[in-house]
Design a protein around this ligand. Structure first.
Ligand SMILES: [Zn+2]
Length: 150
């Protein structure tokens, strides 16, 4: 006899009359709340970065204040950093407006200075962490909780 394999498996419909295919919509994280977590997270990142650094990370500009004090991403462009590292403090430093905006974040200088700051081992770890994939919203929520205590 020919075996029909997976075709014989029970489907939900075969569970009996009492079974309803109607399902309540699962409570979904709305896009609004993900955006809100990201906004709040960014506020924390900016606060922490401003409390730790005063000068531009990638040029000689000193004592950055106001709209000249940007929180910049590196050593890769922000768009090239996945959810796991996007709000990672290892990738965030204070930059002047010119470096962050006009000079596109000065990724090369950023990387050079970061290597000097954290050393080759931590740099290799950071590089490896770039491959880590996470569920963004969960990761952001846990970072937010963690950063609020910093
Ligand atoms: Zn600068």
């Amino acid at each position: 006899m020919k075996r029909s394999g997976f075709l014989k498996r029970k489907t939900p419909m075969s569970r009996g009359k009492g079974f309803s295919v109607k399902r309540k919509a699962l409570p979904k994280q709305s896009k609004v709340s993900v955006a809100k977590i990201q906004r709040d997270l960014w506020v924390e990142c900016r606060r922490i970065v401003r409390s730790r650094y005063k000068d531009c990370y990638t040029c000689p500009a000193k004592d950055l204040v106001g709209s000249n004090a940007h929180t910049g991403h590196g050593p890769w462009a922000k768009a090239a950093i996945g959810a796991y590292l996007k709000y990672d403090l290892r990738c965030l430093r204070l930059q002047c407006y010119a470096c962050n905006v006009h000079r596109s974040g000065m990724s090369y200088e950023f990387g050079k200075n970061l290597l000097k700051e954290i050393g080759p081992e931590a740099m290799a770890q950071l590089e490896a962490d770039r491959q880590v994939s996470v569920k963004a919203v969960d990761h952001y929520a846990s970072l937010l909780e963690q950063y609020r205590r910093l």
